[in-house]
Design a protein around this ligand. Structure first.
Ligand code: CU
Length: 208
């Protein structure tokens, strides 16, 4: 009997806390991303920007990320991170690399190095950052920096899932590094209440 009362009080306490702060409902948005030919598209970045009325729950996402260098390749090719994230660039090759970017969102340079650089690179502005290596021209990576904790990247099946969404109005944006220049970026409004949402997204991409 006593135990039941205890459980009741704990439930009430959790409920009150959920209402007074922001209740991160377990609602998820799942996307399937395809190109205009109907092929599934991996490495698409999807993110939800909260509307003016929506509250952003305190982040539970890690504010660090890693892009390693292995076999003269940046891994992963595409990253999506929240503004303010620090990215480590460990070199796991036996040759040295020289990672750099000229992108306005974060110009930087990690001069010729082996192993793990002492400090990560802080990405403090939203935008797309294209990264190359001064020594190996074929090495390429993209970081899409977004001003929201609600983001995901599509997998090999073109699936991207953004979970733990509080209810509210959002703008869904989808970005891909092969997007045709001059075309408007994909965006649409999404209303989150208490049901999971599934959407199909079509992107107009370059073939190569
Ligand atoms: Cu290199």
């Amino acid at each position: 009997m006593r135990r039941t009362f205890q459980q009741l009080w704990i439930s009430l306490f959790l409920l009150a806390r959920c209402v007074s702060e922001v209740c991160a409902a377990n609602v998820q948005l799942s996307l399937t991303v395809r190109d205009t030919l109907g092929h599934v598209v991996p490495d698409a970045v999807a993110y939800l920007e909260p509307g003016p009325a929506a509250k952003v729950a305190p982040g539970g996402k890690s504010m660090t990320a890693e892009i390693e260098q292995r076999n003269k390749t940046f891994i992963p090719l595409v990253s999506v991170i929240q503004t303010g994230t620090a990215v480590f660039f460990p070199n796991n090759d036996t040759v040295r690399h020289h990672a750099y970017s000229f992108s306005p969102a974060k110009p930087f340079e990690l001069k010729l190095y082996a192993g793990k650089p002492e400090a990560p690179v802080l990405f403090d502005k939203p935008g797309t950052v294209v990264i190359g290596c001064n020594i190996h021209d074929q090495m390429l990576a993209y970081i899409h920096v977004v001003d929201t904790p609600y983001f995901a990247k599509s997998d090999v099946h073109g699936k991207a899932i953004i979970s733990q969404l509080p209810s509210g109005k959002y703008i869904l944006k989808v970005w891909h590094y092969k997007q045709m220049a001059g075309l408007a970026n994909y965006e649409r409004s999404v209303v989150v209440d208490d049901l999971n949402i599934a959407l199909q997204v079509e992107l107009n991409l370059k073939n190569n």
